[in-house]
Design a protein. Structure first.
Length: 272
């Protein structure tokens, strides 16, 4: 069953002097339910813009976004929030620092309905929060009452991940969610990511700069370059992919870019 489908998605931004930059150039993509897709690309490749459009934080110039076969192109981010969870690069984003770990998780548990926080913290919910934290195996159940701002960046990102996955959304977007962490914390967050995804069966799209992460996680790997999907590996091809192979692919793309630039300069010099 298809979870997410994108049809001919385009997006252009206009910079200084009216210069047009095509961030997404006719993206067509189908992601099956339960898939774990890793999306790799350099800065400016279009991968973050693509996540923004999937989440509803930005609208495409053209094209259609389907979730479970339903056209959601015109729905805003808040209207998609019940079906699409998201974890950002900044560990401070997505949680309220002055509130406790327990209170932040209660907000996630009660998302989508009106409530007062005190009544929401009933015994049943407290027990569920404790159980879910205990299941992580890193001792956060002993820090439930502490302000979440007292946690390390990695611990806070794990709580954010747990919040985003609390109601098992149809789709979970991980937007370079380990990029701001030190290597040890990033490794912990990735391990927790794998555990939560495996237990829940949520469909995942994870954006990363790391080629090591790209080959180690997920069952499908895509490279985005100049607003296009230029490589799409799944199955045996994905499992055989190695960081050095991906580096060679990026080097080929870089050389092509340089060649295209030199041809453009040559033509300009010839005809201007």
């Amino acid at each position: 069953m298809t979870c997410l489908q994108l049809q001919n998605i385009t997006k252009t931004f206009h910079g200084d002097g009216g210069v047009a930059v095509r961030a997404l150039d006719g993206i067509n993509l189908r992601i099956e339910q339960g898939a774990f897709v890793v999306m790799l690309g350099s800065n400016g490749s279009g991968k973050s813009t693509l996540l923004q459009i999937i989440a509803g934080a930005d609208a495409p110039d053209n094209g259609t976004v389907y979730l479970d076969g339903q056209d959601i192109t015109q729905l805003g981010e808040h209207q998609r929030a019940a079906s699409i969870g998201r974890v950002f690069q900044n560990p401070l984003q997505g949680t309220v620092g002055t509130m406790s770990v327990e209170e932040n998780l209660a907000l996630a548990a009660c998302r989508g309905r009106r409530f007062n926080l005190a009544p929401a913290m009933q015994r049943g919910l407290q027990d569920e929060i404790r159980q879910r934290l205990e299941a992580l195996g890193i001792g956060l159940e002993n820090r439930m009452k502490q302000p979440i701002a007292t946690l390390s960046g990695g611990q806070r990102q794990i709580v954010t991940l747990l919040m985003a996955a609390w109601h098992q959304p149809r789709l979970l977007l991980l937007d370079e969610h380990t990029a701001a962490l030190d290597p040890q914390s990033a490794e912990l967050v990735l391990r927790m990511t794998g555990n939560i995804v495996e237990q829940s069966g949520i469909t995942v799209v994870m954006v990363t700069h790391s080629m090591e992460q790209a080959v180690s996680f997920g069952d499908r790997l895509m490279i985005v370059h100049h607003g296009k999907i230029v490589l799409d590996l799944s199955g045996v091809e994905k499992h055989r992919a190695q960081p050095d192979e991906l580096r060679r692919h990026f080097e080929e793309l870089r050389r092509t870019d340089l060649l295209d630039e030199s041809v453009a300069l040559l033509l300009r010099d010839q005809y201007v």
